[in-house]
Design a protein around this ligand. Structure first.
Ligand SMILES: *Cc1c(COP(=O)(O)O)cnc(C)c1O
Length: 227
């Protein structure tokens, strides 16, 4: 469905306002990046959102990222990959040169990704995905292993520029459980900041204000904008 520009403007303003309120509550110096997730929306809505000032967009499928970045090539958008990455799609993804790949969810994937980057003589900004609530349905490394795996990727994958962590909040109605998964992620992120980590990606439409209160500095918001 193609959304009216004024509808998108109102939705975007509301999200920006909520982000602003949450981040200033934490600290005036706490800057939060908004990544608009367009995976379920029409491409026309992405160009409209661009005309409203939005630059960073997330997609969860390599094929969709490829089609959209090609169709919107003339716009200076920052594309980010946020979805589970299959090994046979790595080469395609590298060729698209996303500004950030948020979904490196295992050491094995990191090594494979690094190998392909090395062959193509590229480096890429990536995040390590954490399965903070240890949910069966989610990919990502466990909170117990995250710190060590992060260090190992840094040491053994020179073509991966590891920038921090990404997590999806616990799938629950219970706010406390969601908050716990954000706090776990943020406490690991704080340790990694000493090694230069700068991005703590947490929060989606239902929980981005809570995520920011827990220290997130990148939120991935889809349905709250494209509705
Ligand atoms: C779809 C998706 C989002 C956005 O979800 P909404 O609830 O629509 O805001 C954020 N992060 C990831 C990894 C996603 O797959």
């Amino acid at each position: 469905m193609i959304l009216d520009k004024e509808v998108l403007r109102a939705n975007l303003d509301k999200v920006i306002w909520n982000i602003e309120e949450a981040r200033v509550g934490l600290s005036e110096h706490h800057i939060v990046q908004l990544v608009a997730v367009g995976k379920y929306t029409a491409i026309e809505n992405i160009s409209t959102l661009y005309s409203l000032g939005q630059r960073a967009f997330g997609e969860n499928q390599v094929q969709q990222l490829k089609e959209r970045s090609a169709l919107l090539e003339e716009l200076p958008l920052q594309w980010q990959m946020i979805g589970t990455l299959q090994k046979n799609k790595i080469n395609n993804l590298i060729d698209l040169r996303p500004s950030l790949v948020q979904s490196i969810d295992s050491l094995e994937l990191a090594k494979e990704f690094n190998k392909k980057l090395h062959t193509k003589e590229h480096t890429m900004n990536c995040l390590l995905q954490l399965n903070a609530a240890n949910e069966e349905s989610k990919s990502g490394v466990s909170s117990e292993e995250a710190f060590d795996i992060y260090q190992e990727i840094k040491e053994s994958c020179p073509n991966i520029n590891l920038k921090g962590l990404m997590t999806i909040g616990a799938h629950s109605e219970d706010k406390k459980l969601i908050q716990q998964s954000f706090e776990t992620t943020h406490s690991i992120y704080e340790k990694l900041e000493k090694d230069g980590a700068t991005i703590c990606s947490m929060g989606m439409s239902g929980d981005y204000a809570l995520a920011i209160k827990c220290g997130s500095n990148l939120v991935r918001v889809g349905s709250a904008i494209f509705k």
